[in-house]
Design a protein around this ligand. Sequence first.
Ligand SMILES: [Zn+2]
Length: 183
Amino acid sequence: MAIRDIVLYTDNEPALRKKSEPVRSINRRVKKLIQDLKDTLLAHPEGIGLAAPQINVPSRVIVVRLGGKGDGSQELGSPVALINPEIVEARRDERDFDGCLSFPGLYAETVRPHYLKVQGLDEWSKPFTRTFEGFDAVLVHHEIDHLDGILFIDRVAAINDLYRVREDKNGELVRVPVTAEGV
Ligand SMILES: [Zn+2]
């Protein structure tokens, strides 16, 4: 079990901007990477997905916890690894919630596909074609973006779509636009 440090945008943007390399074979090094990604994601219950560049490894591996809706109210699945994931079909662009473990406390509304067909390898080297719908599609799309150095802030159409969450004086969670505090 190895929980790795998550690369923060404010500390190391270049690591998050690098294009990741395809995995050639799922050897011991890659199996260790998958386990580290799973352990690191499970150590951050506020997150539902993690891509290898977020732990400073430029390899095309992501892990996702499916079954969420972005508001934390759902029972999430165990982390599933997708290796060399390629989008073969993307449809139903809609606005939804977005956030990233590399940007703690920052959230946004972005437009992403809510239907995604993806091909790749599972962690046992078996090729798969899977479809993801709803927020699962948003999540997988966000994580595949990381492999190409694309971050959720790049998908924000207007600065007003970015916000932080704070507790107000009654203990209620409220959205604070980043413009209100000068980023
Ligand atoms: Zn992210």
